[in-house]
Design a protein around this ligand. Structure first.
Ligand code: HEM
Length: 135
Protein backbone atom coordinates (compact mmCIF):
# COMPACT_ATOMS: atom_id res chain seq x y z
CA UNK A 1 0.00 0.00 0.00
CA UNK A 2 3.04 2.26 0.40
CA UNK A 3 3.12 2.38 -3.42
CA UNK A 4 -0.21 4.18 -3.40
CA UNK A 5 0.92 6.74 -0.85
CA UNK A 6 -0.56 5.06 2.22
CA UNK A 7 2.04 5.19 4.95
CA UNK A 8 2.39 3.28 8.20
CA UNK A 9 1.22 6.41 9.98
CA UNK A 10 -1.93 6.54 7.79
CA UNK A 11 -2.59 2.86 8.56
CA UNK A 12 -2.30 3.48 12.28
CA UNK A 13 -4.64 6.50 12.18
CA UNK A 14 -7.19 4.58 10.09
CA UNK A 15 -7.07 1.46 12.27
CA UNK A 16 -7.33 3.43 15.53
CA UNK A 17 -10.21 5.59 14.31
CA UNK A 18 -12.01 2.64 12.74
CA UNK A 19 -11.99 0.99 16.17
CA UNK A 20 -13.97 3.98 17.46
CA UNK A 21 -16.63 3.94 14.70
CA UNK A 22 -16.94 0.22 14.07
CA UNK A 23 -19.85 -0.52 16.42
CA UNK A 24 -21.63 2.83 16.19
CA UNK A 25 -24.38 4.37 14.05
CA UNK A 26 -21.69 5.72 11.68
CA UNK A 27 -22.90 3.32 8.95
CA UNK A 28 -26.51 4.39 9.34
CA UNK A 29 -25.41 8.04 9.03
CA UNK A 30 -23.39 7.14 5.93
CA UNK A 31 -26.40 5.83 4.01
CA UNK A 32 -28.71 8.56 5.31
CA UNK A 33 -26.31 11.18 3.93
CA UNK A 34 -25.69 9.23 0.71
CA UNK A 35 -29.43 9.08 -0.02
CA UNK A 36 -29.77 12.83 0.62
CA UNK A 37 -26.87 13.73 -1.65
CA UNK A 38 -28.11 11.96 -4.78
CA UNK A 39 -31.75 11.09 -5.28
CA UNK A 40 -30.88 8.42 -7.90
CA UNK A 41 -29.00 6.33 -5.35
CA UNK A 42 -31.70 4.95 -2.97
CA UNK A 43 -33.38 2.97 -5.77
CA UNK A 44 -30.18 0.94 -6.30
CA UNK A 45 -30.51 -0.63 -2.85
CA UNK A 46 -32.92 -3.56 -2.93
CA UNK A 47 -32.19 -5.20 0.41
CA UNK A 48 -32.77 -4.35 4.07
CA UNK A 49 -30.71 -1.28 5.02
CA UNK A 50 -29.86 -2.59 8.51
CA UNK A 51 -28.28 -5.64 6.83
CA UNK A 52 -26.46 -3.33 4.41
CA UNK A 53 -25.04 -1.26 7.28
CA UNK A 54 -23.75 -4.46 8.81
CA UNK A 55 -22.27 -5.65 5.51
CA UNK A 56 -20.30 -2.48 4.86
CA UNK A 57 -19.07 -2.33 8.45
CA UNK A 58 -17.84 -5.96 8.20
CA UNK A 59 -16.18 -5.35 4.82
CA UNK A 60 -14.47 -2.17 6.07
CA UNK A 61 -13.25 -4.09 9.11
CA UNK A 62 -11.66 -6.77 6.91
CA UNK A 63 -10.02 -4.17 4.66
CA UNK A 64 -8.84 -1.94 7.52
CA UNK A 65 -7.37 -4.91 9.37
CA UNK A 66 -5.74 -6.09 6.12
CA UNK A 67 -4.04 -2.80 5.25
CA UNK A 68 -0.66 -4.28 6.12
CA UNK A 69 -1.29 -7.16 3.70
CA UNK A 70 -2.54 -5.55 0.48
CA UNK A 71 -1.82 -8.66 -1.60
CA UNK A 72 -4.54 -10.48 0.34
CA UNK A 73 -7.21 -7.79 0.28
CA UNK A 74 -6.76 -6.33 -3.23
CA UNK A 75 -8.33 -9.28 -5.13
CA UNK A 76 -11.33 -9.22 -2.75
CA UNK A 77 -11.74 -5.45 -3.29
CA UNK A 78 -11.58 -5.89 -7.07
CA UNK A 79 -14.27 -8.60 -6.93
CA UNK A 80 -16.43 -6.35 -4.78
CA UNK A 81 -16.04 -3.63 -7.44
CA UNK A 82 -17.21 -6.04 -10.14
CA UNK A 83 -20.32 -6.87 -8.08
CA UNK A 84 -21.02 -3.15 -7.81
CA UNK A 85 -21.26 -2.89 -11.60
CA UNK A 86 -23.98 -5.56 -11.41
CA UNK A 87 -25.78 -3.47 -8.76
CA UNK A 88 -25.94 -0.62 -11.30
CA UNK A 89 -23.33 1.51 -9.49
CA UNK A 90 -21.72 4.05 -11.82
CA UNK A 91 -18.22 5.42 -11.27
CA UNK A 92 -19.56 8.94 -10.64
CA UNK A 93 -21.32 7.71 -7.48
CA UNK A 94 -18.00 6.98 -5.79
CA UNK A 95 -17.28 10.64 -5.12
CA UNK A 96 -20.74 11.11 -3.58
CA UNK A 97 -20.11 8.03 -1.44
CA UNK A 98 -16.82 9.56 -0.32
CA UNK A 99 -18.57 12.76 0.84
CA UNK A 100 -21.14 10.71 2.74
CA UNK A 101 -18.47 8.56 4.39
CA UNK A 102 -16.40 11.60 5.43
CA UNK A 103 -19.53 13.23 6.85
CA UNK A 104 -20.44 10.11 8.84
CA UNK A 105 -16.88 9.71 10.16
CA UNK A 106 -16.77 13.37 11.16
CA UNK A 107 -20.08 13.17 13.01
CA UNK A 108 -19.13 9.97 14.79
CA UNK A 109 -15.54 10.82 15.69
CA UNK A 110 -16.15 14.43 16.65
CA UNK A 111 -12.89 16.06 17.77
CA UNK A 112 -11.03 12.79 17.08
CA UNK A 113 -11.60 13.47 13.37
CA UNK A 114 -8.45 15.57 13.20
CA UNK A 115 -7.12 16.93 9.89
CA UNK A 116 -4.56 14.11 9.81
CA UNK A 117 -7.16 11.42 10.46
CA UNK A 118 -9.34 12.94 7.72
CA UNK A 119 -6.44 13.04 5.25
CA UNK A 120 -5.60 9.40 5.92
CA UNK A 121 -9.22 8.30 5.38
CA UNK A 122 -9.40 10.30 2.15
CA UNK A 123 -6.29 8.58 0.81
CA UNK A 124 -7.62 5.20 1.92
CA UNK A 125 -11.03 5.79 0.33
CA UNK A 126 -9.46 6.91 -2.98
CA UNK A 127 -7.37 3.76 -3.00
CA UNK A 128 -10.39 1.59 -2.22
CA UNK A 129 -12.54 3.24 -4.90
CA UNK A 130 -9.84 3.05 -7.56
CA UNK A 131 -9.18 -0.62 -6.75
CA UNK A 132 -12.93 -1.37 -6.97
CA UNK A 133 -12.99 0.31 -10.38
CA UNK A 134 -9.89 -1.45 -11.78
CA UNK A 135 -10.90 -3.75 -14.61
C1 HEM B 1 -15.52 2.06 -0.79
C2 HEM B 1 -16.72 2.01 -1.30
C3 HEM B 1 -17.73 0.92 -1.06
C4 HEM B 1 -17.70 -0.17 -0.23
C5 HEM B 1 -16.59 -0.61 0.72
C6 HEM B 1 -18.96 -0.88 -0.43
C7 HEM B 1 -19.33 -2.05 0.22
C8 HEM B 1 -20.43 -2.81 -0.09
C9 HEM B 1 -20.71 -4.14 0.43
C10 HEM B 1 -19.80 -4.90 1.40
C11 HEM B 1 -21.86 -4.58 -0.12
C12 HEM B 1 -22.52 -5.94 0.14
C13 HEM B 1 -22.59 -6.81 -1.08
C14 HEM B 1 -21.26 -7.15 -1.71
O1 HEM B 1 -20.25 -7.34 -1.01
O2 HEM B 1 -21.21 -7.22 -2.95
C15 HEM B 1 -22.35 -3.52 -0.98
C16 HEM B 1 -23.51 -3.57 -1.71
C17 HEM B 1 -24.00 -2.51 -2.43
N1 HEM B 1 -23.39 -1.29 -2.60
FE1 HEM B 1 -21.58 -0.75 -2.00
N2 HEM B 1 -19.72 -0.19 -1.34
C18 HEM B 1 -19.00 0.90 -1.74
C19 HEM B 1 -19.41 1.85 -2.65
C20 HEM B 1 -20.66 1.93 -3.17
C21 HEM B 1 -21.16 3.02 -3.97
C22 HEM B 1 -20.34 4.23 -4.41
C23 HEM B 1 -22.46 2.73 -4.27
C24 HEM B 1 -23.44 3.56 -5.05
C25 HEM B 1 -23.87 4.69 -4.64
C26 HEM B 1 -22.77 1.44 -3.67
C27 HEM B 1 -23.97 0.78 -3.77
C28 HEM B 1 -24.20 -0.52 -3.39
C29 HEM B 1 -25.40 -1.28 -3.74
C30 HEM B 1 -26.56 -0.77 -4.59
C31 HEM B 1 -25.28 -2.53 -3.14
C32 HEM B 1 -26.30 -3.70 -3.21
C33 HEM B 1 -27.32 -3.50 -2.12
C34 HEM B 1 -28.47 -4.48 -2.21
O3 HEM B 1 -28.33 -5.55 -1.61
O4 HEM B 1 -29.45 -4.18 -2.84
N3 HEM B 1 -21.67 1.01 -2.99
N4 HEM B 1 -21.47 -2.45 -0.92
Amino acid sequence: MEDFGITQEDIKLIQDSFGKVCDTNCWELLYKKLFELDKEIPALFKGDMKDQQHRIMTMMKIVVEGLNHPEIIIPAIQKMGQRHIEYGVQEKYYSTFKSALMFALGQTLGTDFTPNVKKSWEKFYDLLASTMNEQ
